[in-house]
Design a binder for this molecule. Structure first.
Ligand code: NAI
Length: 259
């Protein structure tokens, strides 16, 4: 049975991805902060270097060194308690995990990686260029310092999602000859605990509630899982390095002339 690792498996989009891919016959190796649900097999804190390393070791053990795919859903939003947590989970918790699993992904001969980015990845690139550069340079300490100086979880979130999207696209080029496809799903507002926390936050609540997609509603986690399911499948066999916006038209509304 094909093995797929899913981070953030305990909640929201990650939980829905687990459910959908399991129903399609994949064996799921869920990774989250604790193992209280059916899909999460590995408890690891992806905000830390040791947590990422232990996740890589455990995934490798559970899949016997042959991994058909990894879906990186774990993430924290603008209500996170610190900007360094945003940088740690949303960027390094993705890139270090994927890099650590390259050998296992290569052994399959035909593997698929999907990173959950965000429609926010297209925001504020000028303002956060230095922060993004520190992430590209794999300098977590510097990135944390810049993010803390910036003092805005909103900017840190946008920068982390921009950087992880750009990293994944670059990585898709370097591993294509190993039979690994890498794509990014960029959701708009999706009804999950993360989004609810933003709506409930006195700093961001009003803006989040007023930022509605042209379709006039927010997405549901299964609508994101549908896109992931497609990208993992053979139907997407020539799709590589793509950013698939699943956002009810939000990106088209904001950046009509840029694509
Ligand atoms: P969620 O809060 O429902 O789920 C996130 C999961 O990640 C949780 O199970 C949480 O425990 C896990 N996680 C967080 N920090 C972790 C850590 N240090 N170590 C291990 N696991 C950790 O959130 P949601 O909405 O399902 O988010 C999934 C992804 O989608 C995130 O990357 C988020 O940035 C992205 N996204 C969500 C949007 C939304 O409106 N819900 C919009 C755009 C992107």
């Amino acid at each position: 049975m094909a093995s797929i690792a899913v981070t953030g498996s305990a909640s929201g989009i990650g939980a829905e991805v687990c459910k959908m891919l399991a129903s399609e016959g994949y064996s799921i190796i869920g990774i989250d902060r604790n193992t209280d649900d059916n899909f999460t097999k590995i408890a690891a804190d992806l905000a830390t270097i040791s947590g990422r390393r232990s996740a890589v070791n455990e995934i490798t053990r559970l899949c016997d060194g042959k991994l058909d795919g990894i879906i990186c859903c774990a993430g924290v939003g603008v209500t996170a308690p610190s900007t360094s947590l945003i940088v740690g989970v949303n960027y390094f918790g993705v890139t270090e995990l994927i890099e650590g699993l390259t050998e296992s992904l290569t052994k399959v001969g035909k593997a698929s990686v999907v990173v959950i980015g965000s429609v926010a990845s297209t925001h504020q690139q000028q303002e956060t260029a230095e922060l993004a550069q520190a992430m590209f340079d794999s300098d977590e300490e510097k990135a944390n310092h810049i993010a803390e100086m910036m003092g805005s979880t909103h900017l840190a979130y946008a920068a982390s999602k921009y950087a992880v999207t750009a990293w994944a696209r670059k990585w898709s080029v370097s591993v294509a000859n190993k039979g690994i496809r890498v794509n990014i799903v960029a959701p708009g507002a999706v009804e999950t605990p993360l989004h609810q926390a933003s709506k409930d936050d006195p700093r961001f609540g009003e803006a989040v509630k007023n930022f509605v997609a042209p379709m006039g509603r927010n997405g549901q986690p299964e609508e994101i899982a549908n896109a992931v399911s497609f990208l993992v499948s053979e139907k997407a066999s020539f799709v590589n390095g793509s950013v698939l916006f699943v956002d009810g038209g939000m990106d088209a509304m904001i950046r009509a002339k840029q694509f």
